[in-house]
Write a protein that binds this ligand. Structure first.
Ligand code: DC
Length: 223
């Protein structure tokens, strides 16, 4: 199987890049952030309270995660409930960044991710895919952009909603999540030694996808 691993900061454009790149190559795409988000939805659904060792142990006592693709859209099903429509609220984003650092949670998600890569030519994106999940991936990318550019992208997504946050709030929120992603003990966001760093600041999605596709095609030819 040919595996492409993509890690990067929040709102760096890595999800959109993964989507486009997998389409062009005819590969499957696995959004691993969506899996952690699904776990957070289940935590909330079960009213497990404050996140700590006890509530995480309770969560893990019964946690079955399934990934299904319907019309090319990734669905995350947790304990039989399809959480796909609930994954992308600010509340779930915050809860996910608190729950995902727990090692036991990461171990649970790890097998699912590796199994997927063994069975599929794929583009897998997340935070620790290049470093922990698929350290032997055929191609590795680390995608980022300046905090201001990333906050602007996120702000534009929200700005027409009734309770839209201000730009400053979005920026502060994003920096907090970067901090959590980069400084936790397990599965922290880091640039793998052999990753190609892609800075998307000021670049269009098409330009970024072209750059990555060219790199992948060259490596495919060499195999
Ligand atoms: O990529 P995203 O914003 O959907 O990720 C949601 C959260 O999950 C974010 O707080 C980081 C975490 N995450 C992780 O810990 N490991 C991954 N492989 C992917 C995401």
């Amino acid at each position: 199987m040919f595996n492409i691993a993509i890690d990067g900061t929040t709102s760096s454009g890595k999800s959109t890049l993964s989507g486009q790149l997998s389409k062009r190559l005819g590969f499957k795409r696995l959004d691993t952030g969506a899996i952690y988000r699904g776990v957070a939805c289940n935590f909330k659904r079960r009213n497990l309270g404050v996140v700590n060792e006890n509530s995480i142990a309770q969560l893990l006592q019964h946690l079955e995660i399934e990934i299904k693709f319907k019309d090319d859209i990734q669905h995350v099903i947790v304990n039989g409930v399809d959480e796909t429509d609930n994954l992308r609220t600010e509340e779930i984003s915050m809860l996910t960044s608190i729950i995902s650092p727990y090692q036991k949670v990461r171990e649970k998600v790890l097998n699912l991710q590796r199994d997927f890569a063994q069975k599929n030519d794929c583009v897998m994106e997340g935070r620790d895919i290049t470093t922990v999940v698929l350290p032997n991936a055929d191609v590795k990318f680390y995608v980022t952009a300046t905090p201001e550019e990333r906050a602007k992208r996120r702000y534009l997504q929200y700005k027409d909603l009734p309770s839209a946050p201000t730009f400053e709030e979005v920026l502060a929120d994003l920096k907090l999540r970067d901090e959590r992603d980069e400084h936790r003990q397990y599965g922290k966001l880091a640039v793998a030694k052999d990753a190609v760093v892609i800075d998307t600041t000021g670049k269009t999605l098409g330009e970024v996808t072209d750059i990555c596709e060219n790199i992948v095609r060259k490596i495919q030819k060499g195999k």
